[in-house]
Design a protein around this ligand. Structure first.
Ligand SMILES: [Zn+2]
Ligand SMILES: [Zn+2]
Length: 169
């Protein structure tokens, strides 16, 4: 805890310095930039050469440095604010996505299971899935159903007794 407080204080001081430096550089940069622009316009109006036009470039450099310092100085506040606003929203979105994905995965799994159960017969010999109406395996040609000799009903190949009449197969 103590270290944290000291760290925070240190950071606070650094940020204060950065803010001061940033604002100072921005002000100096602004003045230089203005001097450059004014000199340019004076030269433009009088038809002379803008002798102080280089001040614009100095100004731009100072403004750049100042802006970076100010940004760093103000960043924690801005960053903290953005994070506190964004994190719950992001969390909600992730939860929402996760829930939906889970649901749709469950749906897909259920659909696949249903389609296997209702529409397809697995070959006991080679494991190939065949249409529920198929009598012989597409892959190995083994019979997929047992036909009851008594009532002609179709039964699973591993059935011992007929589904329809109870006759031993
Ligand atoms: Zn087969
Ligand atoms: Zn039967």
């Amino acid at each position: 805890m103590e270290n944290n407080t000291i760290d925070n204080k240190k950071h606070e001081q650094t940020r204060k310095k950065l803010k001061v430096i940033g604002i100072t550089f921005l002000t100096i940069g602004g003045i230089f930039f203005l001097v450059g622009i004014i000199s340019f316009f004076i030269a433009f109006n009088t038809g002379g050469v803008p002798k102080l036009f280089w001040c614009c470039f100095i100004g731009i450099i100072f403004i750049g440095i100042g802006a970076s310092c100010a940004k760093l100085g103000f960043m924690k506040q801005v960053g903290g604010y953005v994070a506190s606003q964004t994190v719950p929203i992001a969390k909600d979105s992730i939860n929402y996505l996760a829930k939906n994905t889970k649901d749709s995965l469950a749906d897909s799994a259920a659909t696949i299971t249903n389609s296997i159960n209702s529409d397809q017969i697995k070959c006991n010999n080679c494991g190939t899935l065949n249409k529920s109406t198929a009598k012989y395996c597409d892959n190995c040609g083994k019979p997929l159903t047992k036909i009851c000799p008594k009532c002609n009903a179709l039964n699973d190949t591993n059935a011992t007794y007929c589904d329809n009449c109870g006759n031993r197969l």
